[in-house]
Design a protein around this ligand. Structure first.
Ligand code: FAD
Length: 496
């Protein structure tokens, strides 16, 4: 059993405390005859990522007249599947890769559009830490990690209850609208980083590196957000959408038809007593769209470039300015064979192929999701400083990563047949992988980010307690649709 499986089992044993938040009751909301309260029917949705698309889809079904403005020429935003540069019908996910069986909102829409899931295979993971390559030792034998505290040997995963359990329990009810501020113990978590919390529980720096080698470098993430996201990974079955995760945004987009205007970049949001005016530019010039309401599903990084003349509250403006975006990158190599199945250490396999303390972060293996049954698809998945260092290699980044792969997955020489990569901090329409807050900020920022500003409503993964997940983006969409359906006809600007 791998350490990661132990961790998932551990989280399940905790009863998936926070992931158990019930699905929003959108399905039970009555459809108004045509459009919204007081005949307010016209809604602009800004951004055709999953949050915007799902919002638009649900409003159209309820009789609203919806226009979606999207800066890029494709739907999906941070769900981006790349096929160019790959052979044998291969595909590589630049953003979202995994769907856990606890991701209720994602699974709901996968089913609604009749999409198929492909389970990831499981297998043995190798480690590359402290310059050495090794497998998890047999039970009872020490790990070759000299920095581990004696209490963390011979089984570092035996420390999960002490290092993680109290954090999970402090989360409280994440579905509470005021969370984390409304839950005393969660506010406590909010005051530190994930790394700070592990340190406070006595985890050695080597244990923490061992944890990040398997779970990504979430050291600087706010502990309340970090534990909420961990709780979402409590499921046991991992899958992705057959043919590529972008099939989900494309399914939403197909249902919306020409209501989605691509290459239409929002440059201004204004509102008054009568409605909302959106300024946007497309290939033909500058335009204005006048609507009754607007749902802003733009990440805050690009929203900072939009001229706001909408009387937003000081809290909202502060959150827009201060939300940070995590550098995140993926660098793929497609290989002619799955040579790691004959690795000198043993038969490696599964999604988490190699956990490292190098700039490559983790080496993930998405070969089981590919059309070709023999070719390989590996990638380095990097967060934070790792992603920044990767990007610092400029146009030599792919070559630099392939050299490093030689040490992480020996046998790769002569195997590479294709590749693709992306550093999200360089994408002007995202600004990074996902929104994150510094210690002490989540308690005021989360409510501020969600807060309705008169006729302007807010969705997106950053407005959910499940940052960095499709599930969070879709949950935010259902929340905001419910908000629009229940909004009073507003003849005057109203504080939320
Ligand atoms: C590296 C990485 C790994 C991930 N891994 C997973 C995973 O394994 N599983 C999972 O479930 N989730 C994962 N996620 C998270 C998931 O992809 C996101 O949470 C989700 O897709 C966010 O959706 P969104 O609609 O909130 O934002 P986005 O997808 O960013 O959508 C926002 C849209 O707004 C558009 N836009 C921006 N500015 C403007 C403007 N001025 N005018 C018009 N349009 C504009 C953008 O082009 C974009 O289409 C990952 C994300 C990343 C980056």
């Amino acid at each position: 059993m791998t350490a990661s499986l132990d961790r998932r089992k551990f989280l399940q044993a905790l009863g998936a405390i926070a992931a158990a938040a019930p699905l929003a009751s959108l399905d039970n909301v009555a459809h108004p005859a045509r459009g919204g309260p007081g005949g307010e029917r016209r809604v602009a949705v800004l951004g055709a990522g999953l949050a915007g698309l799902c919002t638009a889809y649900n409003l159209v079904r309820r009789g609203y007249d919806v226009t979606v403005l999207e800066a890029q020429e494709r739907p999906g935003g941070r769900v981006q599947t790349v096929r160019d540069g790959l052979e044998l019908g291969g595909h590589a996910e630049m953003g979202a890769v995994r769907i856990f069986d606890t991701n209720e909102y994602t699974l709901k829409y996968v089913e609604e559009f009749g999409l198929e899931l492909t389970p990831y295979d499981t297998g043995t993971r190798a480690f590359h830490m402290g310059g050495r390559r090794f497998l998890a030792p047999p039970a009872g034998e020490p790990w070759p990690l000299p920095g581990l505290d004696p209490s963390e040997q011979p089984d570092p995963s035996a420390r999960f209850p002490q290092y993680l359990e109290s954090g999970m329990q402090k989360l409280g009810d994440v579905s509470d609208p005021g969370w984390p501020g409304s839950v005393g113990s969660a506010s406590e978590l909010d005051r530190t980083t994930f790394d700070g919390y592990l340190r406070s529980q006595g985890a050695s720096s080597t244990w923490r590196d061992w944890f990040y080698a398997q779970n990504g470098r979430i050291a600087r993430v706010n502990a309340a957000a970090g534990f909420a996201v961990e709780s979402l990974q409590a499921g046991d079955n991992l899958s992705s959408i057959k043919g590529g995760n972008d099939r989900l945004p494309y399914a939403f987009a197909a249902a919306l038809g020409d209501r989605v205007k691509y290459r239409s970049a929002v440059v201004r949001i204004a509102q008054d007593d009568r409605g909302v005016t959106i300024g946007y530019t497309d290939r033909t010039g500058q335009h204005q769209l006048h609507v009754d309401r607007c749902v802003c599903a733009l990440p805050f990084a690009p929203l900072r470039r939009v001229h706001l003349d909408a009387g937003f509250s000081p809290e909202k403006l502060a959150a827009i300015q201060q939300l940070k975006y995590m550098p995140a990158a993926r660098c793929y190599v497609q290989t002619g064979t799955r040579f790691w199945e004959h690795d000198p250490l043993g038969r490696l396999g599964g999604l988490d192929l190699v956990g490292t303390d190098t700039v490559a972060g983790r080496v993930w293996n998405t070969s089981s999701q590919q059309a070709d049954p023999t070719a390989g698809m590996l990638h380095a998945y990097m967060f934070d400083t790792e992603a920044l260092e990767f990007a610092s290699h400029g146009d030599r980044r792919e070559a630099a990563m392939r050299r490093l792969f030689g040490a992480l997955v020996p046998g790769i020489d002569g195997q590479v047949i294709g590749g693709a990569h992306k550093a999200w901090q360089e994408d002007p329409w995202a600004g990074g992988g996902w929104g994150w807050t510094q210690p002490g900020d989540l308690r005021w920022m989360l409510p501020a980010m969600r807060r309705r500003e008169a006729r302007v409503h807010f969705a997106g993964e950053h407005t959910s307690r499940w940052i960095a997940w499709m599930n969070g983006a879709l949950e935010s969409a259902e929340r905001v649709v419910s908000e629009v359906l229940h909004a009073e006809p507003s003849r005057h600007l109203q504080p939320a």
